[in-house]
Design a protein around this ligand. Structure first.
Ligand SMILES: [Zn+2]
Length: 312
């Protein structure tokens, strides 16, 4: 019988470094991997993420952007540089970004082949703010959107959903979904807040659902958002594969945001998503690490999330 849950990561993802004092620091992934190595989670199979190819990147990103990035990555071999005010790269970022995107492709293939039920990509840089034509908000390639488009284009699925519970709105992923009716994007996020997108007015399209959460809103509003809006919309879309943008920065200890969730809320939402995936998608899920900036809370929430995926 296939194993249930696999973890994809790569050492380069620990070396990508936006520089001193940056919240999206290498220690984040070290904390997550340490958390996932303890107890029953330590027995889950781990895989080394392959590099995404140019053809993979073009599933979402433009030729101009990929070309610009090649030059920036070459310059970053000599000295760190900024792709945007928040997104800084060093000499490891080229490989890390390609591995972060490649993780999702390998994980999606393994799940489609029935080798695993689901997977967690413990990678950085994160992806959900990255637009087709530019880096943004710590994100270089849109890892989740690339995996979604890979499933549509190469596995010929008709409906793929991305659900994003990172505390920030995934503007990049939404913009990909707006241009592709085979994709569904739902996000719960603090609003008004960075990056400024994700208002309920952006929800009128059939395949985009935004549920803004007020600062200090807490668990009750989060549960309400999923029970009343996101779960029913996802159920109606009936995805054949579910991708999760798993940011843990809605936790009450997070230094960047104020949504005030608790660890168990991430287990609850994961189990709810798994039930819908079981009904429509043979349980197929690939989840990506996005944000989460308090190291202890990040590790604890990632453990709860992956334990739910693995059923341990
Ligand atoms: Zn975030």
């Amino acid at each position: 019988m296939a194993e249930k849950t696999g973890i994809w990561t790569h050492p380069s993802c620990l070396k990508h470094d936006p520089g001193p004092g940056h919240p999206e620091q290498p220690a984040r992934l070290a904390a997550v991997l340490k958390g996932l190595s303890e107890g029953k989670l330590g027995a889950l199979p781990r895989f080394e993420a392959p590099r995404a190819t140019e053809a993979d990147l073009f599933l979402v990103h433009t030729l101009d952007y990929v070309t610009e990035l090649e030059e920036a990555f070459a310059d970053a071999q000599e000295h760190p540089l900024a792709l945007d005010p928040d997104t800084l790269i060093n000499d490891a970022s080229e490989d890390a970004a390609h591995r972060a995107a490649g993780a999702g492709l390998a994980a999606a293939n393994a799940v489609m082949e029935g080798k695993l039920q689901n997977a967690f990509c413990a990678v950085r840089p994160p992806g959900h703010h990255a637009e087709a034509g530019h880096a943004m908000g710590f994100c270089v390639f849109n890892n989740a959107a690339i995996a979604a488009r890979h499933l549509l284009e190469r596995h010929h699925l008709a409906r793929v959903a991305v659900v994003d519970f990172d505390v920030h709105h995934g503007n990049g992923t939404q913009h990909v979904a707006e241009k592709d009716a085979r994709l569904f994007y739902a996000s719960s996020h603090q609003y008004p807040f960075y990056p400024g997108t994700g208002s309920p007015h952006e929800t009128d399209k059939r395949n985009v659902v935004n549920v803004p959460l007020e600062a200090m809103s807490g668990s009750k509003s989060f549960h309400h958002a999923y029970d009343k809006v996101i779960f029913p919309a996802l159920e109606k879309f009936a995805p054949q594969f579910l991708i999760i943008s798993a940011g843990f920065d809605a936790h009450h200890s997070d230094p960047l945001a104020q949504v005030q969730l608790r660890e168990e809320d991430f287990g609850w939402v994961t189990q709810g998503l798994m039930k819908i995936a079981a009904r429509h998608a043979d349980g197929r899920i690939v989840s990506f690490l996005e944000g989460g900036y308090n190291l202890d809370a990040l590790a604890a929430c990632a453990r709860v999330h992956v334990a739910a995926l693995a059923g341990v």
